[in-house]
Design a protein around this ligand. Structure first.
Ligand code: 5GP
Length: 186
């Protein structure tokens, strides 16, 4: 497994897409389930599996998640389905999880051999990226910045194997690609 975390606005989704397109090793993105409503342009089964809170809870109780968390403190749940890990395994690929720090902590504890990467940028840059996206209200942006600060603090206490600074997209992508190559050669 490759686990990538980083605060909202750290450019994660761009990096995820670039890695999927150009990874030197086979990666399958684990599609997360969430109770948050779909944003415009998001597709069921491509961006997320969008579940009702009841359905999410039913599947959680049935033990279908390898990890799940209420990420932003706004009542929305996100989780990685075990079936997504199996899908990657069947394809002989690395399962690529883009999840929050709490989720990463559970995964790293349960599977210590996980390759984990924490992506970071400057505070100022987070806020700018969030504002540029233009999909969140001021209140939501403030909440996400708060989550970002908490995540940075937590990330320090979790043993991510690698930290990558995303000030330059190409460099960040190639750093992660190098990490994957070394791990495969491992
Ligand atoms: P979004 O902007 O899509 O509402 O929120 C994305 C946030 O949820 C990111 O911080 C991302 O890392 C986290 N996230 C997405 N999927 C999962 C998941 O399956 N498990 C956990 N723990 N966090 C997730």
């Amino acid at each position: 497994m490759l686990v990538l975390s980083g605060p909202s606005g750290s450019g994660k989704s761009t990096i995820v897409n670039r890695l999927i397109e150009s990874s030197p090793v086979k990666l399958v993105k684990a599609i997360s389930a969430t109770t948050r409503p779909a944003r415009e342009g998001e597709q069921e089964g491509r961006d997320y599996y969008f579940l009702t809170p009841d359905e999410f809870e039913r599947r959680r109780q049935a033990g279908e998640f390898v990890e799940c968390e209420e990420v932003h403190g706004n009542g929305n749940w996100y989780g990685t389905l075990t079936s997504e890990l199996h899908r990657a395994q069947q394809e002989g690929a690395w399962a690529f999880l883009e999840i929050d720090v709490k989720g990463a902590q559970s995964i790293i504890q349960e599977y210590p051999q996980t390759l984990s990467v924490f992506l970071t940028t400057s505070d100022h840059e987070y806020e700018q990226r969030l504002r540029q996206r233009g999909t969140e209200s001021d209140e939501e942006i403030a909440r996400r910045l708060e989550t970002a600060r908490r995540e940075l603090e937590m990330a320090r206490s979790i043993n991510y194997k690698h930290t990558v600074v995303n000030d330059d997209l190409d460099r960040a992508v190639s750093e992660i690609a190098d990490i994957l190559i070394s791990a495969e050669e491992g």
